[in-house]
Write a protein that binds this ligand. Structure first.
Ligand code: SF4
Ligand code: SF4
Length: 217
């Protein structure tokens, strides 16, 4: 995702610049080595409790880019997402919220305030309708939610494919710098890595990282 430029929003993942904002974008899935910046990943604790409206929120900070495959998976759950996000509903069914971003990627539209169109308010907090739809339908999160969102506040560089911490992570209240050095990832980061890269990958990453900062997949 990429940071939004000079707006209230930035990026959640790897992205390329947009005329209206930055983007978060995930690299295509590759079955080979995953490199990572261990120092950055070990430097924070992360726990998502949802953001109240008006607080800096990742869902209103970045522009999410998804692959064609991800877009198709999202479209499959649109009937459920529309039940939660009525603004997505049209007379014909549901709105097209995807905008071509080049290189086989599609950006999810946002409101004028930069909030992702899949976001909704629940108990005064910003929530993800795709996450909710996956729960309702009993689908694994990775089959519905953009990987960029699953990994945040981690980011995956496009060039060298290095999993690291997004540079503005500490500007969000759900991320805090650790006071002392730790040899274990924050549990939520481990969980996210396991969801995206496979069960146990987060744990394997921790172990392998301590040896050589590289994991073979
Ligand atoms: S990950 Fe952090 S910024 Fe994003 S919704 Fe959760 S609490 Fe808010
Ligand atoms: S898809 Fe969901 S998690 Fe990702 S930015 Fe949109 S609302 Fe937030």
């Amino acid at each position: 995702m990429r940071k939004k430029q000079n707006t209230s929003a930035q990026t959640k993942q790897l992205t390329k610049p947009s005329s209206k904002q930055g983007r978060k974008r995930l690299p295509r899935k590759r079955r080979h080595e995953l490199h990572f910046d261990l120092a950055s990943l070990l430097s924070i604790d992360h726990a998502c409790g949802g953001c109240k409206k008006g607080k800096k929120c990742c869902c209103a900070t970045y522009e999410v880019c998804v692959t064609t495959a991800e877009m198709k998976r999202i479209i499959r759950v649109m009937p459920e997402a529309v039940k939660i996000c009525s603004h997505l509903r049209t007379d014909a069914g549901f709105d097209n919220v995807f905008e071509e971003a080049g290189q086989g990627l599609f950006a999810i539209d946002t409101t004028e305030d930069g909030l992702c169109l899949f976001a909704f308010m629940s108990n005064n907090k910003i929530r993800c309708s795709l996450h909710a739809a996956a729960s309702t339908l009993g689908l694994p999160l990775e089959q519905v939610k953009p990987k960029a969102c699953l990994l945040w506040p981690m980011t995956f560089s496009e060039g060298n494919e290095v999993l690291s911490l997004t540079e503005d992570a500490l500007s969000f209240s759900c991320n805090s710098r650790r006071n002392s050095r730790s040899r274990r990832l924050s549990p939520s980061l481990t969980e996210a890595i396991s969801i995206v890269y496979g069960r146990g990958a987060g744990t394997a990453l921790e172990k392998e990282a301590l040896r050589g900062h590289r994991v073979r997949r």
